[in-house]
Design a protein around this ligand. Structure first.
Ligand code: DQQ
Length: 456
């Protein structure tokens, strides 16, 4: 098994394949994370639901497999994604069984052992005109007149759609209409894994469109059981985060986990013996402009070891400043004053001879935040690229970065997130700050070694 590239403080199963987070729920003071899992190998096949529990969103304990395909059953070819709800005090998983794609239920008395409902499938076919091979990933919420479910799908014309259903007892379902529909193929052909979130007057519908390979969201006003869309936005265009799921916990926080897929060749994944990581828990909010805000859950701070702190560091144009502490399992909080610079940034996981380096930059003129992983690894099986997000910054900008071996998660001013996968050598550990086109200042920089979540 390739142990070096395995993250130390991001959730993973012990081995083999993992993709979407499923069934996130805060139940009797414990956070439950289920996930798409192939227990038999490091590739997508025969989907099961793995299961883990945590008191604090950060330290996890593996639990027995929650769901496996039932031979001859409604989920004989796979237990696909879905959610967890509290249905009159009974923890209930609502998920897609295949093939064909149908909606199913499972319940539990102890949150460990799960029984599939004898009436499965409880929703056996989509409305007329909707392709039955794309009818999946139910996401439920409660309204005054019952449960509502958003189900991902595709229109007969090959655009994305989220179908809205209503049910009282989870056994009889009524199709209400489209919650939202795509208008161009720029937002994909099939919408997977919908998540519908309400923030006061405004709502956001997160979707994972095929073939975009990244999640986006529609924000607007939910009225008469449809989302009146005001804007379409990127959720995390860093090239690695897909099929996220959001839960509202007992404190009313919207907490997101997302699947971080591998960005290295299949062969390297097979050799490694594992594939797929969950993101750190992120708290979502909504700003006045209808865009989501992102912050790592405060619980993540408990992983910090003794940090290195610097302040008032002048960054001269084109003269990189080497930070005394770098690493591959660290958190970096860097607050920049842009000054006269046209671009500022950080180089990380830098080899001493510069042969490997990952660069995060912010360019003032086009307001672009970038993560460049094209030189992250000298291993040709690693697939690097350059990823960008739009961000308007004033004279100061705070970059908060989590490096965890092959994971890089970037939060910029809580207004943009870019998550990428990188596969440098274990010896590429350097960290430098830079400015170009003029001088800037690092107002403060904090670098924390991060503790493993698995070591007690
Ligand atoms: N993954 C699941 C599906 C979902 C897709 C299958 C998204 O339910 O649509 O593993 O990654």
């Amino acid at each position: 098994m390739d142990l070096y590239q395995r993250p130390q403080y991001h959730f993973q199963p012990l081995a083999n394949w993992m993709n979407d987070p499923n069934g996130l729920i805060h139940w009797q003071g414990q956070y439950h994370l289920f996930y798409q899992h192939n227990p038999n190998g490091p590739q997508w096949a025969q989907m099961h639901w793995g299961h883990a529990v945590s008191p604090d969103l950060v330290h996890w304990r593996h639990l027995p497999m929650a769901l496996a395909p039932t031979p001859g059953g409604a989920d004989k070819d796979g237990v696909f994604s879905g959610c967890a709800i509290d249905h009159d005090g009974v923890p209930t998983l609502v998920y897609t069984g295949v093939t064909p794609q149908v909606q199913c239920l499972a319940t539990s008395e102890d949150m460990i052992h799960w029984s599939k409902h004898p009436a499965n499938p409880v929703l056996a076919a989509p409305p007329e005109g909707i392709p039955p091979q794309d009818f999946r990933d139910p996401f439920l919420w409660r309204e005054a007149d019952g449960w509502y479910a958003a189900i991902g799908s595709s229109t007969g014309d090959g655009l994305g759609i989220v179908l809205l259903y209503r049910t009282q007892d989870l056994l009889k379902w009524e199709y209400v209409g489209p919650l939202a529909e795509g208008e161009t193929d720029e937002t994909g052909r099939v919408w997977e894994c919908p998540n519908f979130l309400c923030f006061g007057e405004r709502s956001a519908l997160i979707i994972s469109p095929i073939p975009l390979g990244r999640a986006i969201y529609l924000s607007g006003v939910y009225r008469d059981h449809a989302l009146h869309v005001e804007g379409t936005h990127e959720l995390d265009p860093g090239g690695a985060l897909y099929a996220p799921q959001v839960m509202v916990d007992a404190h009313g926080r919207h907490i997101l986990f997302g699947w971080l897929w591998e960005r290295r060749e299949k062969e390297a994944q097979t050799k490694a013996g594992w594939a797929g990581v969950q993101s750190l828990p992120r708290i979502l909010g909504m700003a006045d402009d209808g865009k989501l805000t992102y912050a790592p859950a405060p619980e993540v701070r408990q992983l910090r070891g003794d940090g290195w702190h610097g302040a008032g560091i002048a960054l001269r144009a084109d003269t990189p400043w080497p930070c005394p502490l770098g690493g591959d399992t660290i958190e970096i909080v860097a607050r920049f004053r842009l000054g006269s610079a046209s671009q500022i940034g950080l180089e990380m996981r830098r080899a001493e001879d510069g042969s490997e380096v990952t660069t995060v930059t912010y360019a003032r003129d086009n307001e672009q935040l970038s993560v460049d992983t094209s030189r992250s690894s000298s291993d040709p099986s690693s697939l690097g690229d350059r990823y960008q997000a739009q961000l308007a910054a004033d004279d100061t900008l705070t970059l908060r970065l989590f490096l965890d071996r092959s994971v890089l998660e970037l939060f910029a001013d809580d207004r943009a997130c870019l998550t990428s996968r990188i596969y440098p050598r274990p010896t590429s550990l350097g960290l430098r700050a830079l400015a170009s086109g003029g001088d800037a200042e690092l107002l403060t920089i904090d670098v924390y070694p991060m503790r493993s979540i698995w070591s007690g």
